[in-house]
Design a protein. Structure first.
Length: 318
């Protein structure tokens, strides 16, 4: 019996080492890269953050944050972000990252750490009305400034165009038929078809494309002392419908989005918030389809998103 417990403990100990050591090795390797590239840079403590599928993150003394693309092909995202932020720095009043340490081969880079925690529903619930008002003010100002920048400022950058058109509508429609029809009930498919019918009407809208952040979710809106302290993660921007930048904000409810839109000074039209809602709902379909094609995310996560967005919080598809 004693031998069993000793053996079992040893196995657990070895298993713990196997689980813990990769991050420690990863941190050590990344810190060495920083040291080799920037020999004059000194720090007391480095922390490895295993966050996201695109970058490894290292934080030095809660002062500098370094981003290392996980794959060679992801380096183009980092390089685009570095160059884009240099342009945005002249137009955005809210704090955004500014890369101060860039590797000679541009394979990684670092910027001054922006203090704050990602915006969450719990945070908003604990704020009074005036504090919530300041949050919506800051977000609306940021989006207004971003969407009013002339596209001429980005002509030298390889930013993808992502306008809702017949091509990507048909792509979504075909993939829904191929991947989701065999897996969902007739009633669920009926709701998706109603969503697609509404989405098809958007093709008639005349939308002036703008530069969008493409990932304005709570995770990228930093809050410090109940104020927006910064916006982060500009590595996948696109030239697209400004309504898409309101999509992620729908996680805080339509009333929250409405308050931001009311103060928003960017390009508007009658169907703006309708498009925002449809983009938000559409993400559930892309997540389910993408998971079945081998992309990030699981079908279960996408299906739960679908149940929430097409049933729990939505009566438009009855």
């Amino acid at each position: 019996m004693i031998k069993y417990y000793l053996t079992h403990f040893t196995i657990l100990a070895i298993f713990s080492i196997i689980v813990i050591m990769p991050d420690e090795i990863q941190l050590s390797n990344l810190l060495q890269k920083i040291s080799d590239e920037f020999p004059d840079l000194k720090w007391q403590k480095g922390i490895y953050v295993d966050s996201g599928k695109v970058n490894h993150i290292v934080i030095l003394d809660s002062s500098l944050i370094f981003r290392f693309p996980r794959k060679k092909e992801y380096e183009e995202f980092l390089n685009l972000e570095i160059d884009l932020l240099n342009v945005l720095d002249k137009h955005i009043s809210l704090r955004i990252p500014h890369y101060t340490h860039i590797a000679k081969d541009r394979s990684f880079g670092g910027y001054t750490f922006i203090q704050g925690e990602p915006l969450s529903m719990e945070m908003l619930d604990n704020m009074d009305n005036s504090e919530q008002e300041k949050i919506t003010d800051s977000i609306s100002i940021f989006l207004s400034e971003l969407h009013n920048i002339s596209l001429d400022n980005f002509s030298h950058l390889n930013i993808r165009k992502d306008m809702w058109n017949n091509t990507n509508f048909l792509s979504l429609e075909n993939q829904v038929f191929e991947y989701l029809h065999p897996r969902l009930s007739k009633e669920e498919i009926s709701r998706i078809e109603k969503h697609l019918e509404k989405s098809k009407t958007l093709l008639q809208d005349k939308v002036n494309p703008v530069l969008i952040h493409q990932d304005i979710y709570g995770r990228n809106i930093l809050i410090n002392s109940n104020k927006v302290s910064g916006i982060i993660d500009f590595n996948q921007p696109s030239i697209a419908d400004p309504a898409q930048d309101f999509e992620g904000l729908m996680e805080f409810g339509e009333e929250f989005v409405g308050k931001i839109y009311e103060k928003y000074k960017g390009p508007k039209n009658d169907n703006f918030l309708l498009r925002t809602k449809l983009y938000f709902d559409r993400m559930a379909l892309w997540t389910m389809v993408g998971s079945l094609q081998g992309y990030t995310g699981t079908f279960e996560d996408g299906y739960q998103m679908f149940k929430d967005r097409f049933y729990k919080y939505n009566n438009n598809y009855n």
